[in-house]
Design a protein around this ligand. Structure first.
Ligand code: SAM
Length: 279
């Protein structure tokens, strides 16, 4: 395998900066730079883009993104111990890497980024899911990003791309597929990480659609879907009865049988139901 840059191998970086992995920060590092370069390539053409990377850690994916030609990378890392290693990468790629120390859930990165913007991250599961939902539910669409390339537990990745009728189908699938194209682009076994996590992982690539696939009020759609899947075993006439006194009529108007359960209803029909509840 060829080296992607002239910086030291990640094992050396981790040893020299004392970056023992911390469970509390969900630290499972990718040390194979050919693999991180491959993930960077799956994010699309980076040459004309700024990339927002959340959770760079010792910088494996960061180096992949820069080696693959990202115009500028803004990396937000919560663990201050990683900053010296990240600063060494910044020195090797003058003017192309900005590092911010902090919690990505509390930082607004937009003032440091110039469109078009792609997002790439290998994050702890809970932070990743929370950020994904935020990125999928802004007030305005199209969003600030053109694509998201995100590592998840395989089970979460499957929930994002799930189709009606499957166990994995739910709120994440609806939110993701309503306004983006989402697909799994890579599967990774636990051994790809140091230390290895308990479960397999997958990279999901989402590209923002210029406008939602079907018209619907975002807040109403989110509300309907949250209620429908909160009690996914119930018939929809029962699960959604708090929404409107004539919910059965509205379900029928949207082409949904009142006895259907949420997991069999298509995105298109959920959008029709949200429209029928408007006003
Ligand atoms: N990107 C590196 C890689 O692929 O090897 C590290 C991945 S590790 C799974 C997750 C990284 O996210 C860690 O470096 C951790 O410190 C960082 N992190 C965890 N929570 C964070 C948060 N709320 N904001 C920013 N970074 C966070």
């Amino acid at each position: 395998m060829s080296a992607i840059d002239t910086l030291p191998p990640l094992r050396e970086v981790i040893a020299s900066h004392g970056l023992s992995a911390r469970k509390s920060l969900g630290q499972n590092f990718l040390l194979d730079l050919n693999l991180t370069a491959k993930i960077a390539r799956s994010a699309g053409d980076l040459g004309e883009c700024d990339v927002l990377e959340i959770g760079p850690g010792p910088g494996g994916l960061t180096r992949g993104l820069l080696a693959e030609g990202a115009r500028h990378v803004l990396a937000i890392e919560k663990d201050a111990r990683c900053l010296p290693a990240l600063n060494e990468i910044a020195a090797a790629y003058p003017g192309r890497l900005t590092v911010i120390e902090g919690d990505a859930l509390r930082i607004d990165p937009l003032e440091h980024l110039t469109p078009p913007i792609r997002v790439a991250a290998n994050l702890p599961y809970n932070v990743g899911t929370e950020l994904l939902v935020r990125w999928l539910t802004p007030d305005k669409w199209p969003p600030f990003w053109t694509s998201l390339t995100l590592m998840f537990q395989r089970e979460v990745a499957e929930r994002i791309v799930a189709q009606p009728g499957s166990k994995a189908y739910g709120r994440l699938a609806i939110l993701a597929q309503w306004r983006s194209n989402a697909r799994i682009v890579m599967n990774l076994p636990p051994q790809a990480f140091t230390p290895p996590p308990k479960v397999s992982s997958a990279v999901v690539h989402l590209t923002a659609l210029p406008e939602p696939r079907y018209p619907a009020n975002p807040k109403l759609l989110e509300k309907v879907v949250a209620m429908a899947f909160n009690q996914r075993r119930k018939m929809l006439r029962a699960a959604l009865k708090g929404l409107a006194p004539d919910i059965e009529d509205r379900l029928i108007a949207a082409g949904i049988a009142p006895t259907d359960r949420a997991e069999t209803v298509s995105l298109e029909k959920f959008c029709a139901l949200a429209r029928s509840l408007e006003g």
